[in-house]
Write a protein that binds this ligand. Sequence first.
Ligand code: BG6
Length: 305
Amino acid sequence: MLNKKLKQLEIPGVVEIKEMEAGYPVISINNSFANAEIALHGAHVMRFQPTGEKPVIWLSKTAVYSEGKAIRGGIPICWPWFGDKSVNDNKSNKTQVLPAHGFARSMFWELVSVQDNIETGTEIVFALKENEKTLSLWPYYFCLQLRVLVSKNLSVELSVKNTDETSFSFTGALHTYLSLGDIEASKIYGLNGVPYINKLNDQLKTQLDDIVISSELDNVYQPTVADITVYDKSQSRELLIQKQGSQSTVVWNPWEEKSSRMKDFDPGGFRNMVCIEAANTSGDVIFLQPQETHILSTNIVIKNK
Ligand code: BG6
């Protein structure tokens, strides 16, 4: 059963809060611009579909909805680290492997506010603060806020405030899964001339052309503040991915073999997605003094061709 506080934030005809599974609330937005769904778990945008358009965000048909497990697809919030991480436990002298991409994507957030404006769209704000679990994984006090604006475009803004008495550093990403008609007929523009690390073989290279994906790809581009355009030929549209507060962009598609090893990645799904991630990776670590705030944001604009 949904609690009263959540129900009170509903806006009749525009914002409804349902349970996807018991204890797993999802906010459903249906305004004149678009439909969207956002889970409280991970403050995770799951769907975004402007009126009259095909879905913009890819969501795996076999995604798992349970606490502690990130949803496959949508916009996972990777924080306070991007990628894999392990630490040495001094007491036992053993290596402890921490959750990949941090803990923000696999915890329930608080729903702070829901506002609808007929001219600008629906804005939903979530928050996550330190708790016993986060302190056991990362020993700092912090306040995260995620602002999602569902309008003609989709805007997602993550603000990170250091509420500790000491400075801290972090990495992270807005790990956006875009929905495509056909990955092999799509092209990614905006990274020409940018150095990147190919995570599949750890080689450092420079992007020399527009990107066409026809096999597994896992590249971290840095430094770049550029907007990215994904031309989705088979759906006759372009998706423009703008970003702020980020000097790294990650492009990822696991392709057939790797995706087939992930139970929550639906078979063949790799043909209809690409991740374009506004990131702060290891070459772009953010340092915050007490009371300082960093904002990482992305905006997705749809252009029919
Ligand atoms: C990308 C990484 O950002 O996320 C990949 O560059 C990783 O290396 C991918 O495989 C998915 O990660 P996860 O933890 O959601 O399976």
